[in-house]
Design a protein around this ligand. Sequence first.
Ligand code: SF4
Length: 721
Amino acid sequence: MTDLTKTHLNILAEFDYDLQPVDKGYTNRSLYVNVSDNTIQSKPVTQHMKDIFIGGRGFGLKLLWDAVTGATKWDDPENEIVISSGPIGGITQYPGTGKSIVVSLSPTTNIVVDSNVGGYYGPYLKFAGWDAIELQGIADREVIVFVDGERGKVQIIEAPMDTVDTHLLTEELLELFADPKKPNLVSSVTAGTGADHTLIGCLNVSYFDLPRRLIKVKQAGRGGTGTVFRHKNLKALVVRIPKMSGTLNNADDQSLLNETGRRMNKEMHENDPVQNSMATKGTPVLVEIMDKFDLLPTHNFKFGAHPDAHKIASTVWESLFDLSAPDGCWYGCTMACAHGVQDLELQTGPYQGQPVFVDGPEYETVGGVGSNLGIFDPLQILELNFYCDTYGLDVISYGTLTAFLMECYEKDILNLERTGGLDLTWGKFEAAAELLHQMGSGTGFGKIAGLGIRRMKQYFAEEFGADPQLVQDIGMEAKGMEYSEYMTKESLAMQGGYGLANKGAQHDEAWLIFMDQVLKLIPTFEDKAEALHYFPMFRTWFGLNGLCKLPWNDVEPTDNRTKYKGIEAAKVPEHVQNYVNLFVGVTGRMDVQRGEDLIEMSEAVYNFQRVFNLRMGYGRREHDAIPYRSAGPVTVEEYESRQERYDTQMKELVGVDPEGKTTEDKVAIMRQYREDQYQRLCDAVYKRRGWTQDGIPTLETLKRLRIDFPEVVDVVTAAQN
Ligand code: SF4
């Protein structure tokens, strides 16, 4: 192990704490670090906090709420980055149980963002003694915050290296902080140079792949948390623990965890190969499915399929992935979907010519920097994936905003002069890569692109005379967050899944496309509203507990679809019961017995987050608006590409005969209809969630969920007056 006393590290502050075992999933304290004045403190985690906010995203929201006011901006010292796993986080008996949730005020949305990430940091932080870490302030030099769970010390250390990009920095941190014989007992959080120069910076959370002797990283991608991190002059967070085992949570009933995990792991082993093959193909298994159902975003979400999609299908990725060892991003994850590619030789940028390991790609990356840009070369997609990660840039936002730029280029809003020589024609990898390098270095047109789509819409209208309505329609962001990679034109429920999501256009609250568009299980507004109640609440629960969503429904019991029908089958009831078992098994909370109890826990936190948005000046109906391309065809080209479908819908749904009408007229008629449908969906969802028709939780709802704290009631009361 590196002897820290011999490395001449400049330790700016040090805090000693008692090492104590975790008690039923909690350490019952959180760590507060202020890098402005080098304060380090321990704060109690009360029973009330555990009862209402549970952990993970809930703890993040509560701690951030207490740290900021309605006037705080993302770049104020008061803004925080909070990272917490959750009570179940860190068990190893069940797949997908090692997640951390990052919470902060977002530079792109100005509201709270929560981002769920793999890697080891959150669970290790707990095993080192802390349920959450709160980072506040702005350091006057670059610092590393080191939590040493071996010695019971927290240190703020002046960073001894200049390196920022993650693939190099994680190596240096490992050398500095890990015992070479136990490299898997250290985890770091880092960003990259892209996070220095854009608003879409992400955080990379590391884990050590022992069989391959490799450091890998997973991303807390959404909402610019990496930008906040670098603005605070944080070089890295590092945690080290003395040992790892499957019982460090000191669960109330370990045998219940063992039994539930055994059953699930058997099911995973038998069913994954015949269902989604996540263990060999990973999330790119979705590429061909999305293409088949016209859902794969292509050319900035204009279309949902492409003749070249087979070139980036899952079989291609399967042949490129190194499958020589299991790929779990946490111990014991038998779904093991976190694949990567060895020895990609980079063709561009500062690391050109070097062979690198690429973590990924995930489906979102393939859709975002592949089909949506018209790029169908897998090696080019991998290169963009690598650079986004090492620069600390959210690959989804980069992909979606570059697609927007390419369409602006096609529509002559941009040209070579305005882009500084970037030929942003569909499919041009070299230009996409150069833009990415400019975002990484804060140069050229990359400085504008790094502002994100919402700010670019305004900039293009003001500086380049772009039609404000057109850029609003085709710029795929909601609440200021770039869309993740699913087409929603034919799924009203999924439009709501994006538009109504608390943090912005991310699909991890609700993914209802299949249920709605393909299987047609939720035909009425009430059905869709019920789905937009249940599924966001259920998925929120994963973020409260340090869990990954994928093992919930990417593999199902063999008899799930015969035992349960329709929307009930989509809930995967036996897996819901597994999660009840895990929660009870870890915490010993015997008042939790049914799936509905989990929903109620989430509802409290979810509504608290909605009120938090309100406190920041958002959180009303107007803020749930979506760009029209999310709901229907903006252009003649789009309409005519699926003319038969739209003409039929006009006749059957709108009651208007398309015969003899120009395409422009038909686009306008369809638009009026679809925009009205979206508003009616909002009406139904607000009602179901116990919100006013302006999208504000009522006082009765706050009371029912036991979040009617005076300061919460004040925000809601003020908003209603
Ligand atoms: S299912 Fe995949 S993403 Fe989720 S924890 Fe397992 S390896 Fe990580």
